[in-house]
Design a binder for this molecule. Structure first.
Ligand SMILES: [Zn+2]
Ligand SMILES: [Zn+2]
Length: 358
């Protein structure tokens, strides 16, 4: 039995004796010859001065963190040794002036089973350029219009403010999710309401749905052809948003009911002021609903007496006693003050606070 002696090898580059060759060289020669990374001395980055987005891989992206953006750009511009594995990249930034910085790059990796490190400096030059989103906003670009209106009445300023708040909130979320045209480029006030000019057509519908979720109402859409681009028809969309006719606190007569409205969707929901029951009723041409008053016009009067199923109250204008059916929400004792509202259908007692607190 003979054991095989370790082979003696010679490095063809330096002639030294070695037990192992790496890529046909001794370890020292291999390490001194290897180029782990190649990186350009200067990397130019386009950054939008308005929103901070930066241009990379052919498109604008919103990087929240500057370091993350630098890391991304450096990693993208470095060429790593083709046999490198287990690469680790670290950067540290040194500011030169307002538009330039030096980034110290250090890389470690494994090549042919050996740990290899490398370091390099890359100068970053930041160039300001307004991004596609910001230039479209500035240019008043829009792909759709949301018309804020109310059914059979004028939309209130408060409602418009809330609609814009809801739209802003939603569009910000959509923008974060990657719809770079989810923005309002113009708010136009008109006699009949307010028009929101929006950068992306799909977000118009989502704005309407967000408004409906909170304020009720409905919307219809209509596209209009505005031209052709690259052989395709270009459309803009108009969303006619209609807030409900009746708002919280409205007193509405429908069939033989008088309702204090809490909200309206496809139906009118509220409290029947005659008997105090909660009701939901649909209005249509056969059973129209008519506004006959509002909680805003309520006054205080005295509950004179309570009888079985009926109450007597003092008419606050004529001081005559009036007999009304006792609504189930009335728990006050005789002699107490109660809230009433005058309508062209007579006086009605109101619950202490309306159900939805409006
Ligand atoms: Zn050697
Ligand atoms: Zn921008």
């Amino acid at each position: 039995m003979t054991s095989r002696p370790a082979r003696t090898l010679f490095c063809p580059e330096c002639g030294k004796e070695t037990s192992e060759l790496y890529n046909n060289r001794c370890k020292e020669c291999f390490l001194s010859n290897i180029t782990l990374i190649k990186c350009p001395p200067v990397v130019k980055i386009l950054v939008c001065p308005v929103c901070g987005a930066h241009f990379t891989a052919g498109k604008w992206t919103r990087e929240t963190d500057r370091r993350e953006m630098l890391f991304y750009e450096i990693a993208g511009s470095i060429r790593m040794h083709p046999d490198a594995t287990h690469e680790k990249l670290d950067i540290s930034e040194e500011k030169i002036d307002r538009s330039r910085c030096l980034v110290h790059v250090s890389v470690s990796a494994v090549v042919s089973g050996l740990d290899v490190t490398a370091a390099a400096d890359v100068e970053i030059r930041i160039k300001n350029e307004t991004c596609d989103t910001c230039s479209r906003i500035a240019g008043g670009y829009y792909a759709g219009i949301v018309q804020l209106r109310a059914n059979h009445r004028l939309i209130s300023e408060k409602e418009v403010d809330r609609c814009i708040e809801l739209a802003d909130h939603l569009l910000k979320k959509l923008m974060e999710k990657g719809d770079r045209f989810a923005f309002i480029s113009k708010v136009e006030e008109l006699k009949e309401g307010v028009d929101l000019y929006i950068g992306s057509a799909t977000s118009c519908k989502q704005v309407c749905r967000a408004i409906i979720r909170e304020l009720g109402g409905s919307y219809t859409t209509s596209p209009s052809l505005v031209g052709r681009k690259d052989g395709e028809d270009l459309y803009r969309i108009t969303c006619a948003m209609r807030l409900p006719e009746f708002v919280c606190g409205d007193i509405v007569a429908i069939r033989d009911h008088v309702i204090e409205v809490t909200h309206q969707d496809k139906q009118i929901h509220g409290t029947d002021l005659i008997d105090g029951q909660r009701v939901s009723l649909g209005a249509d041409t056969d059973t129209p609903a008519v506004k006959i008053g509002s909680r805003k016009d309520a006054t205080t009067t005295v509950l004179v007496a309570i009888e079985e199923g009926a109450v007597q109250i003092l008419d606050p204008e004529t001081y005559k006693t009036i007999l009304l059916k006792k609504p189930s929400f009335l728990h006050e004792k005789s002699g107490s003050e109660v809230r009433v509202v005058r309508t062209n259908g007579g006086l009605f007692l109101l619950p202490e606070v309306s159900d939805s607190g409006c």
